[in-house]
Write a protein that binds this ligand. Structure first.
Ligand code: TYM
Length: 324
């Protein structure tokens, strides 16, 4: 498979990002051609992005990704703006994209809602995402559920380009992991996300006490609808437990829940223990990598490899649409 995926440098990497996407990125490195991108152009669509923070966030995120197991020898890891062909392809693809399709994007509508100033980049965001993927002729994209609509649009854009200019782009398929939609612990009706504030995510590299505090105070009893046997908050804790604990431990807790004997405190303590056991090696590796300090070289080498592919594809695209 030809794999492409991207992540925004918006501060911290959280458990939703990790279990929803990054864990698959790491696993897919085995036997596939993988391109992974830190999408800083996309981050500019956020009105709150501050220049010096963006620069630091890119490097911090690169360290996080390496700590999670992205191997720059096997995969191409790079920063989007180091390969300006992304924006060139974005423009060309925009001209085969339906305005109506863009106006229907739920992420756009959510992000634009209630904002005084909605920038054009936010509207065009999914076209840039399509350009990211198609620039590497990727056929598979590991993402969380919130990106499925953008991926469907990518396929429509590829199809329309191919119809007008001849078969060229693949129609990329999503790859979903075991936790395609991890929820916020503070409000389990919403997805885990940085946009809602620090109470709504758990950062991979946060201090242990902070992680424990967030798990300890996780909402458990709210939102149970008639006929449901498990509240959304408890279901979310079980989803997390399944990701980090052995099957027999999960089974035991499920049995206790069915019998009405489950103590949330025990569930939360066990989850915290297994989560930290799973995360500690990554946190350790993060510290080592930070001390080594080769991040700029790694990203520069990644950009060079990415650009070689991007240039070849853009050359072909320019010829097909009549620019060359
Ligand atoms: P971003 O930066 O918001 O998130 C990165 C990845 O994490 C997944 N994710 C989640 N998965 C499960 N549960 C959650 N609560 C959760 N929160 C986030 C996302 O689905 C994503 O896979 N538009 C993209 C970045 C992007 C991209 C691309 C992705 C730009 N170009 C090309 C794929 C291909 C975004 O904002 O992801």
């Amino acid at each position: 498979m030809r794999i492409f995926s991207g992540i925004q440098p918006t501060g911290v990497l959280h458990l939703g990002n990790y279990f929803g996407a990054i864990k698959q990125w790491v696993e897919l490195q085995e036997g596939n051609f993988c391109v992974y991108c830190i999408v800083d152009y996309h981050a500019l669509t956020n009105e709150n992005t501050v220049p010096h923070e963006l620069r630091t966030n890119v490097k911090e995120l690169a360290l996080d990704l390496l700590a999670c197991g992205i191997d720059p020898e096997r995969s191409i890891l790079f920063v989007q703006s180091a390969v300006p062909e992304h924006t060139e392809l974005c423009w060309i693809l925009g001209c085969v994209t339906s305005f109506g399709d863009l106006a229907r994007m739920t992420q756009f509508k959510e992000k634009a809602r209630g904002q005084e100033f909605v920038n054009g980049g936010l509207f065009y965001y999914p076209v840039l995402q399509a350009a990211d993927i198609l620039l590497y002729l990727a056929d598979h994209v590991p993402v969380g559920e919130d990106q499925l609509q953008h991926l469907e649009l990518t396929r429509r854009i590829a199809r329309r380009f191919n119809w007008r200019f001849g078969e060229f782009f693949p129609e990329p398929e999503p790859i979903l992991g075991k936790a395609p939609r991890l929820m916020s612990l503070a409000d389990p009706m919403r997805k885990m996300s940085k946009s809602y504030g620090p109470e709504h995510y758990i950062g991979l590299m946060e201090p242990e006490e902070e992680i424990w505090r967030k798990i300890r105070t996780a909402v458990t009893d709210m939102g149970l609808t008639p006929g449901q046997t498990m509240s959304p908050g408890v279901a979310n804790l079980f989803t997390l437990l399944e990701l980090v604990a052995p099957a027999d431990v999960v089974e035991e807790f499920r049995r206790l829940h069915t019998e009405g004997k489950l103590l949330y405190k025990d569930l939360k303590e066990t989850l915290f223990r297994y989560l930290m056991a799973a995360m500690r090696p990554l946190r350790e590796r993060r510290r080592e990598l930070e001390a080594k300090g080769q991040i700029e070289e790694i990203l520069a080498a990644g950009a060079e490899r990415a650009r070689k592919i991007a240039k070849g594809v853009i050359k072909e695209v320019r010829a097909r649409v009549g620019l060359d």
